[in-house]
Ligand binder design. Structure first.
Ligand SMILES: [Fe+2]
Ligand SMILES: [Fe+2]
Length: 200
């Protein structure tokens, strides 16, 4: 799958040093990945509650939440087959960092949350694609199957943002792109699925 459109949206690629760190920290990579899938489902559910009267939002988000939970289950099965035990992990700085850029008032808040969702899905897709050359074949096949779903999720969030926006989204997308790229490209002491440049 050609993910150039995802890379164009993101504006920067995952640094090679992060992929090398991922290859050395596969247990943490998988455990954190499982947490991210669970979080993706819970974020979609949260939006379904908060924006319950936005009809166009409810069904696509419900479907997305189910799909993310299936991803979660698949990562759990894969971890089990590798003897990796699912444990609590402190989250990456990434999602919290992006959330700082979200407007506090609606309707702008909804648009921002949808754009933020698009970035998280796009980055996940790009990370899976980048990781393929750094992991074993079984994991590579698994990531390949997931990256197509995450590309679809990116598109869904972006389409929803465009549907609800009353004006052009370019300025808001650029605002989140700057924030996101900084989180990806600046040194980060804690290795996670969405962490920045490894410091070790
Ligand atoms: Fe997912
Ligand atoms: Fe997703």
């Amino acid at each position: 799958m050609d993910i150039q459109f995802i890379k164009d949206f993101l504006g920067c690629e995952t640094p090679q040093a992060w992929c090398e760190a991922a290859a050395l920290n596969q247990a943490i990579l998988l455990i954190d990945h499982a947490h991210c899938e669970k979080k993706a489902a819970s974020t979609a559910l949260m939006m379904m509650f908060r924006y319950a009267d936005y009809e166009q939002l409810i069904l696509p988000l419900s479907k997305l939440a189910r799909e993310e939970l299936r991803h979660f289950e698949k990562v759990c099965v894969l971890m089990k087959s590798r003897g990796i035990i699912f444990t609590h992990l402190t989250p990456a700085r990434y999602a919290e960092g992006l959330r700082k850029g979200v407007h506090s008032q609606d309707p702008q808040r909804l648009i921002d949350l949808l754009i933020m969702g698009a970035f998280i899905e796009a980055r996940s897709c790009e990370r899976f694609a980048s990781l393929i050359n750094y992991v074993d074949d079984d994991l590579g096949i698994f990531y390949k199957s997931l990256l197509m779903a995450e590309a679809r999720h990116y598109q869904l969030y972006l389409n929803l943002a465009n549907q609800f926006a009353e004006e052009d989204l370019d300025g808001r997308i650029e605002h989140f792109r700057k924030l996101e790229n900084k989180l990806i490209l600046t040194p980060d002491e804690v290795f996670r699925f969405h962490s920045g440049l490894p410091t070790l």
